[in-house]
Design a binder for this molecule. Structure first.
Ligand code: XMP
Ligand code: MG
Length: 191
């Protein structure tokens, strides 16, 4: 038997496979590229640390094949703490490194859950006088409809369960899992 990864024993079931993620990102990149073919100063991708790092890395490279030139910025916000429930409180832990006035921005988000974080972020970017702000989110949960956030591009609508993998963590673990899955109940019990 081939040797597995340390996390195999902790995952209850896979929600979205590695291959599904790869195919979806190519699709999203083609759409975003087609919609921004005439943007001449390039697109500024803004990712939210740390969950969006995997998506940013793969999306940026996919977009590079079809789209205009891009630049990448990251912000760090506090939304979820160590656990699995939203605090509703958004705090900037790392701001943008430069001026975004007049720039066309695409926010690259791992997951939209309540929408509170994104709703706050969009208002923040607009207050910094971006020329336009759009959002691409790889995952969206049904609760997202409670706070109206204009997510122009969505990868997958997923059930309202806590998921890990592809950048998403539980207690900072499981970000390296290449797919998205649900943890076994005993994993929560032992933490
Ligand atoms: P809101 O509720 O503001 O939350 O849309 C968005 C942020 O919450 C985190 N989040 C998750 N993280 N598994 C995770 O590891 C999940 O199932 C999950 N749901 C939400 C994530 O940081 C996202 O940016
Ligand atoms: Mg987290």
């Amino acid at each position: 038997m081939a040797q597995g990864s340390w996390y195999d024993a902790d995952i209850d079931h896979v929600i979205i496979s590695e291959e599904q993620i790869r195919e979806k990102i190519a699709e999203l990149a083609k759409q975003v590229a087609a919609d921004h073919a005439s943007v001449d100063d390039g697109l500024l991708l803004v990712g939210v640390l740390k969950g969006a790092v995997m998506f940013m890395a793969d999306f940026a490279r996919a977009l590079g094949r079809y789209g205009p030139p891009i630049e990448i910025e990251f912000m760090a916000l506090s939304s979820y703490g160590q656990g699995t429930t939203s605090s509703g409180v958004v705090r900037i832990r790392k701001d943008l490194d430069r001026d975004i006035a007049g720039r066309h921005i695409v926010v690259v988000e791992d997951i939209v859950d309540s929408g509170l974080t994104l709703n706050w972020l969009l208002r923040y970017l607009e207050s910094r006088e971006a020329a336009s702000v759009e959002v691409v989110a790889l995952f969206r949960k049904p609760d997202a409809i409670k706070v109206p956030v204009p997510v122009k591009y969505v990868g997958f609508d997923i059930p309202s369960e806590f998921v890990v993998g592809y950048g998403l963590d539980f207690g900072e673990r499981y970000r390296e899992v290449p797919y998205v899955g649900v943890l076994k109940p005993e994993v929560y019990a032992r933490s």
